[in-house]
Write a protein that binds this ligand. Structure first.
Ligand code: GLU
Length: 597
């Protein structure tokens, strides 16, 4: 969603640092951006104002597109906005200022009671210039500043906000930046040259590996030192510094044109890592075995790994588990009680649609096992037990390596439940090798050719049965996100209950056909589609005469789905290129981590 970045310290190019930081957060998705800085020359001037600059669109070249990028300053904050309240305009972009133009605020989230606060502030004489909910915050701080110091004013203002919010505040009359949150993530970077604050660690790792993950209801005052306080009252606590394991290169494209492709190619390594390094699996499977009901909850691609989990647990471990989409779980939670196990799955660990129901389940006594990729993320922190996916930073909005890592992890838990963890590990290692084969040039060339054939189609249908139903849904989402082609995935048995009416001459239909109990039936369904003119693309270990195109995978039992998903990822990527999608790393309207409801 939005990106926040700030710096205060000894370096005198703070605005440039902030812009570079914001660019590293670009993958989160945004529609406009802005930056503010306190110029060095005005440091001692009592009536100094915060200088700001705001634009619609992408940051692009930092020095070309930002006048502030060359300003000498030791204190700067910036924001990439994903509009929720008020249109995408320069004025609505952040930072927002108070009436005196000395308090600057960048904000992630939604101030749910903004209208009430705004009406009250207007009565007190404050003048608003934007349509955002955010603008109430600097004015509220201004109001409190009449009676107290900067930090206390920010604290009291933040305490008045309803909703899930993260803010970073600067004051032209102070040498401190203040960060507070009760929702979206904020990470503080500690280096000898100064302090950074960022929406996630990818923006910081270039400068320092030492970080403090700000917890909900904490406020950090960043100046020459860090002071951490608990909200709402303000008692001081000691900051806990963690060390990041990611390297800066992990967050760079390297020889690849897009993160999307780079991350697809990282999958053999990620899978190998999971197979050889899955220390938490045994403990987690014991918890699942003894739980009074297990519920997987997730959104987007992760939800398909959860759906796959229901088939995997049934097939491998003969165990029933439940699955719900994060945003729907609130309406299903009545059956949660003490002893229930809730397993949220999320790449970022910040999806509000997962965090919210998890928090409620926890209050009802459920135990939480978080399966996440980002260390220190909100889900990671609120989980009682955790599995870190260790897929490394995933920067393309379209999920690839995080998703196959989730599926491999689910498989291992299922195998471990029946004391066959070693068998599961061997399978994932084989899967890693097969993905390596699929990524070879010759195979990729074949996918490119099919992409060329499909590029002008308006609809693609995708079918699977059993585990492959989850594969079909995931493949469909990849195509939709990356190419903007209308793609729909179905449980193949459902075709004749309605969907087959959509099949027309030459309609492409992808068929996921692993060599398992679904093979004969899925082939019959492919025949039915072909009989109505459909163009059949088969993906799996066994060719069949019904397939017009065939993309072969290894025959790896349940792990065949991992190879099939990688084929679908590649097809989606090259289809995006064929269709001239501007930036496959950042599909239109989408954001990487969805931190608003
Ligand atoms: N609600 C605020 C706005 O619309 C913040 C949105 C964001 O998180 O980027 O400006």
């Amino acid at each position: 969603m939005c990106g926040i970045f700030g710096y205060v310290g000894k370096k005198t190019n703070a605005p440039k640092l902030v812009l570079q930081g914001l660019k590293l957060l670009e993958y989160r998705g945004y529609d406009s951006w802005g930056i503010g800085a306190k110029p060095i020359s005005k440091l001692e001037i009592r009536n100094s104002k915060f200088i700001i600059e705001k634009h619609v669109g992408k940051i692009g070249d930092v020095t070309l597109n930002s006048q502030l990028s060359t300003l000498s300053s030791e204190l700067s904050i910036g924001h990439t906005r994903w509009a929720t309240h008020g249109g995408v305009t320069d004025i609505n972009a952040h930072p927002h200022l108070d009436c005196t133009k000395s308090i600057a605020v960048v904000h992630n989230g939604i101030v749910e009671n903004f209208q009430e606060l705004k009406d009250d502030l207007i009565k007190k004489g404050h003048r608003f210039v934007s349509d955002t909910d955010t603008e109430v915050i600097p004015h509220l701080i201004e109001e409190f500043l009449k009676r107290r110091g900067f930090a206390s004013s920010v604290r009291d203002a933040f305490n008045k906000l309803k909703g899930l919010n993260a803010i970073v505040v600067a004051n032209a009359k102070s040498s401190e930046i203040i960060a507070a949150k009760n929702g979206s993530p904020l990470v503080i970077g500690v280096s000898k040259d100064g302090l950074y604050v960022s929406s996630d660690a990818t923006g910081i790792v270039k400068h320092t590996r030492k970080v403090i993950f700000l917890e909900d209801n904490q406020m950090a005052i960043l100046g020459q030192k860090i002071k951490l306080i608990i909200l709402p009252n303000g008692s001081e606590i000691r900051p806990k510094v963690s060390n990041l394991t990611w390297k800066f290169e992990d967050a760079e494209k390297g020889k690849f044109k897009h993160f999307f492709l780079k991350e697809i190619y990282e999958q053999p390594k990620v899978l190998e890592g999971i197979a050889t390094n899955s220390s938490q699996i045994k403990k987690i499977s014991d918890l699942v075995r003894n739980a009074f009901g297990t519920f997987f909850i997730a959104c987007g691609s992760a939800s398909y790994s959860a759906l796959a989990g229901t088939y995997l647990f049934s097939k491998i471990a003969k165990k029933h588990v439940n699955f719900a989409i994060g945003s729907e779980f609130n309406y299903l939670e009545d059956y949660i009680e003490k002893g229930t196990l809730v397993i949220p799955i999320s790449q970022s660990g910040e999806s509000v649609d997962v965090i919210e129901p998890v928090t409620r389940a926890k209050k009802k006594g459920a135990k939480i096992i978080g399966i996440v990729n980002v260390l220190g993320s909100t889900l990671y922190r609120i989980s009682d037990y955790k599995i870190l996916l260790n897929a490394g930073p995933e920067k393309a909005v379209v999920a690839t390596k995080s998703l196959t890592a989730m599926i491999a992890t689910m498989m291992l838990i299922a195998y471990s439940l029946v004391n066959k963890l070693r068998e599961g590990r061997t399978l994932i290692l084989k899967s890693s090798r097969n993905v390596g084969e699929i990524l070879k040039d010759e195979y990729v060339g074949k996918i490119k050719k099919i992409a060329r054939k499909l590029k002008d189609h308006e609809h693609i249908y995708v079918i699977g049965r059993g585990l492959s139903y989850a594969t079909a849904l995931e493949a469909t989402l990849k195509i939709k996100e990356a190419t903007y082609i209308h793609a729909e995935g179905f449980a193949a048995g459902e075709l004749k209950h309605g969907v087959i009416a959509l099949i027309d001459k030459k309609t492409p239909c992808m068929v996921f056909a692993p060599n398992d109990e679904t093979y004969d039936e899925i082939i019959s369904n492919a025949q039915e589609v072909k009989a109505r003119g459909g163009y059949i693309i088969g993906i799996g270990p066994r060719n069949n005469e019904v397939f017009e195109e065939f993309l072969s995978t290894g025959d790896l039992g349940e792990a065949t789905m991992i190879s099939q998903i990688v084929v679908a990822q590649l097809l989606a990527y090259f289809l995006a290129l064929e269709r001239g999608v501007e930036d496959p790393d950042k599909p239109r309207n989408l954001a990487k981590s969805v931190t608003v409801k």
